[in-house]
Design a protein around this ligand. Sequence first.
Ligand SMILES: Cc1ncc(C[n+]2csc(CCOP(=O)(O)OP(=O)(O)O)c2C)c(N)n1
Length: 659
Amino acid sequence: MSFDYSNPKLETSQLLDLYKAMLKSRMIEERMLILLRQGKISKWFSGIGQEAISTGVTLALQDDEYILPMHRNLSVFTSRNIPLHRLFSQWQGKRGGFTKGRDRSFHFGTQDYKIVGMISHLGPQLGVANGIALGHKLKGEKKVTAVFSGEGATSEGDFHEALNIAAVWQLPVLFCIENNGYGLSTPVEEQFRCEHIADKGIGYGMESFILDGNNIVEVFGKVKELAISLRQNPRPVLLEFKTFRARGHEEASGTKYVPKELLNQWSLKDPIENFQAHLRATNILSEKEEVDIKQLFSREISADLKTAFKEEEISSSLENELDDVFKSFDIQEVRPGKDNSKIRLVDAISKGLYQSMERFDELVIMGQDIASYGGVFKVTEGFMDAFGKERVRNTPICESSVIEAAYGLSINNIKSVVELQFGDFVSSGFNPVVNLLAKSHYRWGQAADIVLRMPCGAGVGAGPFHSQTNEAWFTKTPGLKVVYPAFPFDAKGLLCASIEDPNPVLFFEHKQLYRSIYQEVPDDYYTIPLGKAALIKEGKEVTIISFGAGVHWALTAIEKLNIAADLIDLRTLQPLDEGCIYASVKKTGKAIILQEDSIFGGIASDLSAMISENCFEHLDAPVIRVASPIMPIPFAKNLEDLYLPNKRFETALKDLLKY
Ligand SMILES: Cc1ncc(C[n+]2csc(CCOP(=O)(O)OP(=O)(O)O)c2C)c(N)n1
């Protein structure tokens, strides 16, 4: 098989560099396959036969440009000259790797080498690249971002959303799709219907090209040319690299389902053997040089393997592990000023957000209809005129990709706030929230500096898809902070603190409280630290614990029944102010928890268990949970009234007091 290596015409030194970089990753892989057979490493996803793509793309970019590889892209890592022993330690789960033993194989990133590794879910990578590229664009930096995907993962919604956003926002992203014929065992004809993935480019309004993924010169040349062009004229490009997966999906799974002829056909197109033959035939590489290079790499691999094997197995303490779930952050509390205005909850949120935009020059807000329209709840009304359309950014309807983009912005050191039009729609962006954002700091020390604003809650007759209060989906996911204010003063101070916090925060805003609850709120910027509950009423008879609209229902009941109760407004659900809860329950001996969401699996259940475990000797009655029944939220007013727990709360409270 002979390839055309004449276009573009490259210098001898460039040709040799390309050869060496491909060869190095091949030689590492071959060694890994031996170790795998010896049981010295676990899983391995082979990129053998596809090295020209990772190598060509990586060497065509500048070292300070981000690359987001997948599981078969070893050469991205080695072409960026990461010390091999660090890679080996990573694969053995040792401290010398990049994740302190917390994640495996290529699931890691490193800011030092501008590489952002994948999560298992494949598709989210594509949207993250958008955020990084957006960051460059906003900072006026002329840089390209390259992201990889297999052809199989292009069936995921993330691919379509990411291409759409990149096109609409004209982001300088190279979407590098390696079409290697199979997604695990699924051949391309069972994956998509069109002939070429590149054909999809036109549907998104972007340029696309088909490249021979086994021809290193073609890959390197075209990517280099495009990178120069994209830096000057930012826009996304879809690249389909035709190639072949020479080995099984992962080593244990074999290639039984792949026709022999196909394997034979493609073995003739090996990117390294062919290129090496060309270099030899054109006297660019002598036999001696070839042997020398191979010996050099072999020695380097052996020495670095020795270093990694010598490294002791990782050990840690639970405290140490827990310490890394969140990026540590001590808020410099800004105290409220003296001038106040009586405003609604929605105004307090809007003011907090506005003043945060003033305070953090680069803070970006993204959401549907938030720019000139001001958002469906008008929280960002007037923001576009004040801060411009770049920072107050309308998005297409693609929650997943927008949240992924927010993560990319954070990787590029830019804070963002994402407005979910309704908190219910976060389900369309669930994967990046619970997998990308939540696990990021623990996995590789990367902060996800993002606030997701979640208009939520029932009582407004909006039916099953615009009324949920879905905090429990997130309070159980380690790595997320969850804030849920009930009053304007708290809402503003907590939102400002959430934006300051470099960790991912879900900020719940109850729609029914938006325009019904007024309070004197300081005019100037201030913060309220997360994780502190508020004891808003004090009494000895009972402890009532709630948050959001429930706090107001509890206040009504306390007044109506004229009882002396401690009323705790949790304000933050993660982290939870356990001390405040236990102190109160130990004083009153009775606890009732009021939660708007359905009763099963909500925060009330956990609180009940925690109180039982920690305050048992002080309790004079069982801990009571009052919440909605286990059913979707109905639309009609009478049905919604049946559903919501506020009326049942009064009865339950009376019963508990009598106990
Ligand atoms: C969301 C999700 N579904 C399924 C999988 C299991 N899985 C891992 S890799 C893979 C095949 C991916 O194929 P492709 O994108 O073509 O990449 P390739 O492995 O061929 O390089 C599958 C099905 C997964 N990791 N994530």
